[in-house]
Design a protein around this ligand. Structure first.
Ligand code: SF4
Ligand code: MG
Length: 323
């Protein structure tokens, strides 16, 4: 089917300014040519270490920041350059859930008011109808309607994330972007929140862009996974191929940190050495060459491009070329 969201060649470069005169001394290549699409009822997991540009992708897709280049299409409509007023009808279609619901939920508002607010702002319901709709939303996310009167600090971390999910689904969006929505929660609570998101996806044919720094977190919820390194997608394929047959050395390294449920499945242990290089000065050639155990001379000079090494399996590495 037609994708709900399609992102093509997305770039976000920030100028780096220094000194009294705020002279531009360089560019940060936060996102440097990212393309993906998400179908109806589908989840794309977006994974990479912090600082690789995942949150910048999320904020650009939400049109909270202006992309430097590329296009963003929502249900076939190009929204890349729409102004504030033109964006309004599209805002309803895309909602975001953040890592820390404590800082994203207004501490002075009751949970009920937090969830009801988008209904009022968008003129969807008011008065008694809004009250009933809010109560129904609480039930949909596994909270009791009586909890509408509680304030954010009276909830546990997992319950607070349920409140932000209720707010996110209030306007019946098509796409929800979760920027590390479970990263701050205990593992058992992570599973509950992920299962809730999956239930809601089945009921509402929701599409998700689910961001995490840990592959284990996206394994259950994702249909496809994109792995990012220094502003670029380095591997992009369906979940099964990624977990059983990772092609990029960076994915292999990230995977070696994921516990294997089946002991027959042996994974080579690879520990990533060194820090992520500065996105202001990405290494020449393959940006991963400074940490790659397979790096050869050409990797230091020639940048690999993302290509289809196996059907539907895209990778950006000189070791894997298109057939
Ligand atoms: Fe490693 Fe070279 Fe592949 Fe880059 S291109 S991931 S340095 S083998
Ligand atoms: Mg981030």
């Amino acid at each position: 089917g037609k994708p709900i969201i399609a992102v093509t060649g997305l770039k976000k470069h920030y100028p780096v300014r220094k000194g009294l005169l705020r002279r531009t001394v360089g560019q940060v290549f936060a996102v440097d040519g990212v393309s993906f699409s998400i179908g109806e009822g589908e989840t794309l997991g977006l994974v990479g270490e912090s600082g690789c540009g995942k949150s910048t992708v999320a904020r650009a897709v939400m049109r909270l920041i202006e992309p430097t280049d590329g296009t963003i299409t929502l249900e076939g409509q190009d929204i890349t350059h729409l102004g504030k007023a033109e964006l309004r009808p599209f805002r309803r279609q895309m909602q975001m859930i953040f890592q820390d619901p404590f800082s994203s939920l207004n501490p002075r508002m009751t949970a009920g008011d937090i969830v009801r607010e988008p209904l009022l702002v968008h003129g969807v319901a008011r008065g008694r109808a809004a009250e009933e709709r809010t109560a129904a939303l609480f039930e949909q996310v596994g909270l009791r309607p009586a909890q509408m009167r509680s304030f954010p600090h009276q909830f546990s971390g997992g319950q607070r994330q349920r409140v932000s999910i209720a707010r996110a689904i209030a306007l019946d969006p098509r796409l929800i972007i979760g920027d590390e929505p479970v990263s701050a929660l205990d593992v058992s609570i992570q599973a509950q929140v992920i299962n809730l998101l999956m239930d809601l996806q089945r009921q509402k044919r929701l599409s998700y862009l689910f961001i995490a720094h840990d592959l284990a977190v996206v394994e259950h919820i994702s249909h496809r996974v994109a792995v990012m390194y220094l502003g670029k997608i380095v591997e992009y394929t369906d979940k099964t191929s990624l977990f059983l047959n990772p092609l990029h050395p960076y994915t292999e390294a990230l995977l070696s940190a994921v516990p294997v449920p089946d002991p027959r499945l042996k994974r080579r242990r690879r520990v990533l050495e060194g820090d992520v290089p500065s996105p202001m000065k990405p290494p020449p050639g393959c940006a991963f060459h400074t940490r790659c155990p397979y790096a050869e001379a050409r990797c230091r000079v020639e940048a690999p491009v993302l290509q289809e090494a196996a059907p539907g399996h895209f990778v950006s590495c000189h070791l894997h070329v298109a057939a």
